[in-house]
Design a protein around this ligand. Structure first.
Ligand SMILES: Cc1cc2nc3c(=O)[nH]c(=O)nc-3n(C[C@H](O)[C@H](O)[C@H](O)COP(=O)(O)O)c2cc1C
Length: 480
């Protein structure tokens, strides 16, 4: 496969004006502030007050970023702890979930995913504390820091055993994904009684998260995992499929279970607000839709690659009616259309060359988030997919927040290689160019090859690991 496709590299722009004129050339809507506000007046530095009166200290959020590096019994390792410490020292005042934590062993996405249960509560307590302590050391004040935990069941993408084999638990027979991942739909499909058990596991997990001191739990509904798959279970018969009411029953039952058993814990939802047909490698290794037919399984989608926000709007309406205020917007899935979820110049090993300038992917998520924010001014909305903006991330982030197009700017990959970025921006410091994420996708390729995740190209800690050499050799062999 070619190394990348010829889109302009962000690092090649001399200044924000050149970047802006490229955006104009592309003909996309991407809001860019030419001037960055100085720290005391900066929109990004303003606090945000939640309905319960809690003030979150600034507008940066660290998105959940798992590391495939927990112990086999689901506890954090030294690498996990280091990542969370760095999330804390970033200066961002909202920590959206830390990373995906499985609510039961069968729901783990890999044998090193964190697992929440009675035996692991103490370790999760310590992990959160490490994050808060590092935050305190870095910015001296942590009363305005909000830390949640992301709860998940990996559903169709569960790989819970040390053999790393897919043990999918699905909700319906999928016309493309079953074939793509070699899934026998009759064996994989969850029965309603099994779903009820999973709901109980989420409720128990929320109790443990509360015990471990987290302020909120995110009931993950994104990226093709179980919560997200419910939303497209149009064909599933019974209580959990078909109508919008049935497809959201899973979430509603989890919420009512949590509310009946724990008080004071906030509930949040991360949502893939739109989805597309799965993509595959086409001519020239460039991504293309898996089929040309009319695809009907994309929540928030229209046909193969269109967007229709009518159901996502109904979903946010439902969240509002359930007194859920915290919502994080994402898109698609890293397993079947990574370019809409985490725009990158260099694809992960099992991906494809970007079929569009990755800036289009960034602009798409920003625009969808803005439309949802405008429709729900009372919800606290976090946006995703900013890392590809690199040097110009602050210029876009400031414009988005200034214009009320989102309440928080979420950082994913950038938080792995350059966790200090929010602090540097908020202090008005020059960005550290060498630390900026260039979207090489090693953080995705490594785990896809059974290694721990991390920023192998830029973070000295990972550069020195034996996995770095292994990854280099693998990439050379496959010329990705
Ligand atoms: C290595 C890696 C791990 C991730 N882990 C999670 C996760 O645990 N939960 C989640 O909701 N999203 C996860 N994501 C998605 C990110 O939170 C984020 O949505 C995505 O990277 C796009 O944001 P960015 O452009 O800032 O990277 C992960 C992404 C990467 C690359």
């Amino acid at each position: 496969m070619n190394k990348s496709i010829a889109y302009r590299r962000i690092g090649s722009f001399g200044n924000v004006h050149e970047f802006k004129s490229y955006i104009e050339q592309l003909g996309i809507k991407l809001p860019v502030d030419e001037e960055l506000q100085s720290p005391p007046d900066s929109a990004l530095g303003k606090s945000y007050e939640l309905q319960n009166g809690f003030r979150i200290g600034n507008r940066f959020c660290i998105l959940p970023m798992e590391g495939w590096d927990g112990t086999l019994d689901g506890k954090p390792s030294n690498e996990t702890t280091r990542r969370w410490q760095r999330f804390g020292l970033s200066g961002a005042k909202l920590i959206w979930g830390g990373e995906a934590v499985a609510v039961c062993p069968e729901g783990r996405a890999n044998p090193n995913q964190l697992l929440i249960n009675e035996k692991n509560v103490e370790a999760l307590y310590e992990l959160r504390k490490e994050l808060v302590d590092h935050h305190q050391q870095s910015v001296e004040y942590s009363d305005d820091l909000l830390v949640g935990l992301q709860l998940t069941h990996s559903g169709r993408f569960a790989k819970p055993g040390p053999d790393r084999k897919l043990r999918p638990r699905t909700l319906y027979a999928h016309p493309i994904l079953d074939k793509k991942f070699n899934i026998n739909p009759d064996k994989a499909q969850l029965r309603d009684e099994e779903i009820e058990e999973i709901i109980e596991n989420f409720v128990k997990a929320a109790l443990f998260a509360d015990e471990a001191g987290f302020a909120f739990v995110d009931i993950k509904h994104c990226h093709g995992y179980l919560g997200h798959e419910f939303l497209s279970s149009f064909d599933r018969p019974g209580r959990y499929g078909g109508s919008f009411e049935n497809r959201t029953r899973f979430l509603r039952e989890i919420i009512s279970g949590i509310r009946n058993s724990v008080s004071g814990l906030q509930i949040a939802v991360r949502l893939s607000a739109f989805d597309w047909i799965p993509f595959t490698m086409g001519q020239g290794n460039i991504g293309q839709p898996e089929s040309v037919g009319n695809y009907n399984y994309a929540f928030g989608g229209r046909g193969n690659t269109g967007i229709n926000l009518s159901e996502p709007v109904a979903f946010l309406e439902l969240l509002k009616s359930l007194d859920i205020e915290l919502v994080c917007i994402s898109a698609g899935s890293p397993y079947y259309n990574p370019h809409i979820q985490r725009p990158a110049l260099f694809p992960p090993s099992d991906g494809y060359l970007p079929p569009e300038d990755p800036l289009l992917g960034v602009a798409r998520q920003i625009e969808v988030t803005a439309r949802l924010k405008k429709a729900f001014p009372e919800l606290c909305i976090v946006g995703s997919a900013y890392s590809y903006l690199q040097e110009y991330l602050p210029n876009v982030a400031q414009n988005v927040i200034r214009n009320g197009c989102a309440d928080f700017v979420g950082l994913g990959r950038m938080a792995l290689c350059y966790p200090e970025m929010p602090g540097d921006i908020l202090r008005g410091k020059k960005l550290q160019r060498k630390a900026i994420c260039r979207t090489f996708s090693d953080c995705t390729t490594a785990p896809r090859q059974g290694m721990i995740s991390g920023c192998y190209p830029l973070d000295e800690f990972y550069k020195k690991k034996p996995e770095a050499g292994k990854l280099k050799r693998y990439k050379k062999e496959y010329r990705i």
